[in-house]
Design a protein around this ligand. Structure first.
Ligand code: SAM
Length: 295
């Protein structure tokens, strides 16, 4: 039998839709089954959590306590003026599937920002073409509290305001400054265009910075993160002023071990998918443990 593909039948996970599992390699089938289990688990967790909240509300209601719904802050009313822009200038480097994945990651960024007590100022720039058409075809993407514009970086901001985030930069980002705009490349390329955004940033004379991953953790994989993980790390830093806290966003599957933390228990990162915890080496190298919120 062909080593690469197999005719083993597995229960067709819902995410596969009409794709014939027979056409998938064993590895792909395993991956799909794992994802299906994770989706199932996530669904269950949500149902349990919803029921728990409902019960709590009912209990409080019975005792006459009325809890006002928290008022969600908009970007305009947010105390956080840190600007983060996703640069969507790379449509020509992606096929439709990757463009759709990029849009999904913009959605994750948006959801994280909306959940935040003080949302960051979220920009999606260079937004046009096919990407815009796909994005706008989803009615859930209307009326976003985000600045979605077709303009290029250099038309929106002064050069000295721009900090292009790139894994390849030699400079660690240290703080988030409301006077700067932090740019994330809106490119999913599975390592095909390694360093592409960095080269573009340097060619345009923009400052670049990388996340301070090496300073706080060992990682057994590429330090190139997804758009939404980078966004969420910045958001978490804006809330806690701690890179240790912020970098916990990185999923355990990236093979991470913190080399500096205040307390192993407190800093155990949760895997985004499974909720498993990562190992920590409790060796403090003196990060600001004050953790005063940035915003
Ligand atoms: C999936 S990566 C794109 C990789 C692409 N090959 C490139 O040239 O940037 C998406 C974006 O996330 C940001 N990013 C990812 N990992 C980063 C890191 N370790 N430090 C800073 N920014 C990072 C960069 O802005 C990057 O363009």
């Amino acid at each position: 039998m062909d080593q690469a593909t197999t005719s083993i039948e597995v229960a067709n996970p819902p995410i596969l839709g009409n794709i014939e599992t027979k056409q998938l390699s064993k590895k792909q089938q395993k991956k799909m089954a794992k994802m299906a289990r994770w989706l199932e688990g996530r669904k269950e967790k949500r149902i349990i959590e919803k029921a728990r909240r409902k019960e709590k509300r009912a209990q409080l209601h019975a005792t006459g306590v009325v809890i006002p719904k928290p008022v969600k802050k908009t970007m305009a009313s947010s105390n956080c003026k840190i600007r983060v822009a996703v640069d969507m200038a790379y449509e020509d480097k992606m096929d439709e599937r990757l463009i759709r994945n990029t849009i999904a990651q913009l959605n994750y960024c948006y959801a994280a920002n909306r959940r935040a007590a003080n949302p960051m100022q979220y920009y999606i720039i260079n937004f046009n073409g096919f990407t815009k058409t796909i994005f706008e075809s989803n009615k859930n993407n209307q009326n976003w509290d985000a600045y979605i514009v077709p303009d290029r970086l250099e038309d929106l901001w002064q050069k000295d305001e721009i900090v292009y985030l790139c894994a390849e930069s030699e400079t660690d980002i240290e703080v988030l400054d409301p006077g700067k705009v932090y740019v994330i490349g809106g490119l999913i390329d599975h390592n095909r265009y390694k360093g592409f955004c960095y080269e573009k940033a340097v060619a345009n004379g923009f400052s670049t910075a990388r996340l301070p991953i090496d300073k706080y953790m060992k990682m057994n994989s590429r330090k190139v993160l997804t758009i939404n993980h980078v966004f969420e790390i910045l958001l978490r830093f804006s809330e806690t002023n701690s890179w240790i806290e912020a970098l916990k966003v990185i999923p355990k599957r990236k093979g991470i071990t913190f080399i500096n933390s205040e307390s192993a228990e407190e800093n155990e990162p949760q895997d985004e998918d499974t909720g498993e915890k990562a190992t920590l080496e409790d060796v403090s190298n003196g990060e600001n443990s004050n953790n005063t919120p940035n915003c």
